[in-house]
Design a protein around this ligand. Structure first.
Ligand SMILES: Cc1cc2nc3c(=O)[nH]c(=O)nc-3n(C[C@H](O)[C@H](O)[C@H](O)COP(=O)(O)OP(=O)(O)OC[C@H]3O[C@@H](n4cnc5c(N)ncnc54)[C@H](O)[C@@H]3O)c2cc1C
Length: 411
C-alpha cells in the first residue's frame, strides 16, 4: 500500500481550502453574531433561523458552482466520483483546518449518503432524475433520509410506517424520528413497509419512496435539540395519508432496505475522516497549551501525566488514521465494501475522537470546559457520532459476526 497522498488529491484539498478562505470564512465573520450565538442561531421552536438557512444555501450553491459540492457523488448522477481515499483525506483536511465551524461541515460538502447526490438516488426513475437532480446538484435543494422511527433504530426491521397501494398511488402513514435535515429538506427518501409478510420474515417488504416534503400529509412536527444546543438538525416527521405516485419508488418495490444500505458506507468513511482531522486539530491545541501554561515552576508539558495524555492521543490518532486509510485503499482497489473493516473504522474513529477531546480538555484545565476554545463543541460532536450511522455496539456486533463466520482476514 502506498501512503503518499496523490498529487490530484492535494490539488483538490488546496483548491477547497482556497474556496473556503475566500468565500466561506468572510461570510462566517460577517455573520458571527448570528452563527455563533445560539440564541440567534435557533428560533424558539429549535429550528435554525431562516437567515442561517439562507447562508447555508449560499455556501452550498457556491461550492457546487466551484465544483466541490458534488465531487464525491456518482458519475451517473452528475458527480465526479473521486474515490474513497480522496474523500477521506479531504474530510480530514477540512476538519483539521476549520474545526467546529457552522458553515463548513456538512455544508460545503454534503453528508455522503443522506444529502446531495447520494448513491441512493441511483434508483430514481430517469424522468425523476431529469426533473429533480439538477436542483440537488446545484445545492439549491436538499434531502433527508427517513428510516428511523420511535420503535426502530438499530433494528430497522422494526419500522411500522406503512404504505398501501390505492390505484396507481401509495398511501403512507407513520412516524419517523431523528431524521437529519428533515426540518429544512426539500425532499425525503422515505422508507415504509409495502409487503407485511416479507417484512415479518425480515426478507424484504420495505420500499424507499422519493417524497417532496411540502406534500400534503408530510409534516415535520418538531426538531430534536441535541447535547447542549438550543435546537437541532434532526426532526420528527408525522406522515398522515401521504399520497405518493408509483413512479416515485426508488429502486425496486420491497427492496428498500438494500437501498438504505447503499452508500451508507461512504458516509461512515467520510465521518471517520472528519474524526481524524478534528482530533489532530484538538491535539495541536493541547500541545500549544502544554508548551505555554506553567504550574509548579515549569510548563505543564514537562509533567509526565500531561505527556502521557499527549502521547496516548497521538497513538490513537495514528492508529485511526492508518486503519481508515487502509480501509479506503481496500475499497478503491477491490471495488468491494469490506463490511467488517468499515465497522471497525467507524467505531474506532468516533470513539478515538471522544478519547482525544476528553484528554485535550483535561490538559486545558478550566479553560478547556469554557465555550471559548470550541473544545466543548468538538467534545459534544464526538459524543454524538457514536450513535448515528450504526451505534458502536451495532458495529461490534457486525465485526464479531464476521469473525464468528470465519473472516479472520486483516489484509
Ligand atoms: C444525530 C443523529 C442523527 C441521525 N440521523 C438520522 C437520519 O438522518 N436518518 C435516520 O433514519 N436515522 C438517523 N438517526 C438515527 C440513528 O440511526 C439511530 O439513533 C441509531 O441507529 C440508534 O437507534 P436508537 O436511537 O433507536 O437506539 P436503539 O436501537 O434503541 O439502541 C439503544 C442502545 O442499545 C444498543 N443496542 C441495540 N441493539 C443492540 C444489539 N443487538 N446488541 C448490542 N447493543 C444493542 C444500541 O447500541 C444503543 O446503545 C440519527 C441519530 C442521531 C443521534
Amino acid at each position: 500500500m502506498n501512503f503518499t497522498v496523490p498529487e490530484e488529491t492535494l490539488e483538490i484539498i488546496n483548491g477547497l481550502k482556497q474556496f473556503i478562505d475566500k468565500r466561506v470564512i468572510p461570510l462566517e465573520e460577517e455573520n458571527a453574531e448570528l452563527l455563533y450565538n445560539e440564541r440567534n442561531y435557533y428560533l424558539e421552536n429549535g429550528r435554525r433561523h431562516p437567515k442561517v438557512e439562507r447562508l447555508r444555501k449560499e455556501v452550498r450553491m457556491a461550492s457546487a458552482e466551484a465544483g466541490f459540492y458534488t465531487m464525491f457523488g456518482d458519475k451517473e448522477l452528475g458527480g465526479e466520483e473521486l474515490g474513497p481515499i480522496t474523500a477521506l483525506l479531504t474530510q480530514e483536511a477540512i476538519a483539521k483546518s476549520y474545526p467546529n465551524r457552522k458553515l463548513i461541515d456538512p455544508v460545503v460538502i454534503p453528508s455522503p449518503f443522506t444529502n446531495g447526490i447520494t448513491p441512493v438516488l441511483r434508483g430514481l426513475k430517469q424522468e425523476l432524475k431529469d426533473y429533480y437532480l439538477d436542483g440537488i446538484r446545484k445545492g439549491e435543494k436538499t434531502l433527508c433520509f427517513g428510516l428511523t422511527e420511535p420503535d426502530a433504530g438499530s433494528d430497522v426491521w422494526g419500522i411500522k410506517t406503512k404504505a398501501v397501494k390505492v390505484n396507481n398511488e401509495w398511501v403512507i402513514n407513520g412516524t419517523k424520528q431523528w431524521i437529519t435535515n428533515a426540518p429544512y429538506a426539500d425532499y425525503c427518501m422515505l422508507f415504509a413497509v409495502t409487503n407485511p409478510e416479507l417484512h415479518e420474515k425480515r426478507k424484504g417488504g420495505i420500499t424507499c419512496f422519493f417524497v417532496e416534503t411540502n406534500s400534503e400529509g408530510f409534516n415535520v412536527d418538531s426538531v430534536i435539540p441535541v447535547m447542549g444546543e438550543l435546537g437541532g438538525d434532526a426532526g420528527i416527521i408525522s406522515i398522515d395519508q401521504l399520497r405518493v405516485p408509483e413512479e416515485n419508488i426508488i429502486g425496486e418495490l420491497d427492496q428498500g432496505f438494500t437501498k438504505a444500505m447503499h452508500g451508507i458506507n461512504n458516509g461512515r468513511l467520510g465521518m471517520s475522516g472528519k474524526c481524524i482531522g478534528s482530533a489532530q486539530w484538538a491535539l495541536k491545541q493541547a500541545i500549544d497549551y502544554a508548551n505555554m501554561r506553567k504550574t509548579f515552576g515549569k510548563t505543564i508539558g514537562e509533567h509526565q501525566t500531561i505527556q502521557n495524555m499527549l502521547a496516548e492521543s497521538a497513538m490513537d490518532i495514528y492508529a485511526a488514521r492508518n486503519m481508515a486509510l487502509h480501509c479506503a485503499w481496500k475499497i478503491e482497489n477491490t471495488k468491494k465494501q469490506p463490511v467488517k473493516e468499515i465497522s471497525m473504522v467507524k467505531a474506532y474513529c468516533t470513539e478515538m475522537l471522544g478519547r482525544v477531546y476528553d484528554k485535550v480538555i483535561q490538559i486545558h484545565g478550566g479553560v478547556g470546559v469554557s465555550n471559548e476554545l470550541k473544545l466543548e463543541a468538538g467534545y459534544r460532536y464526538a459524543r454524538i457520532l457514536r450513535i448515528p450511522d450504526g451505534t458502536s455496539e451495532i458495529h461490534r456486533r457486525t465485526i464479531a459476526r464476521s469473525l464468528l463466520r470465519g473472516d479472520l482476514n486483516f489484509n
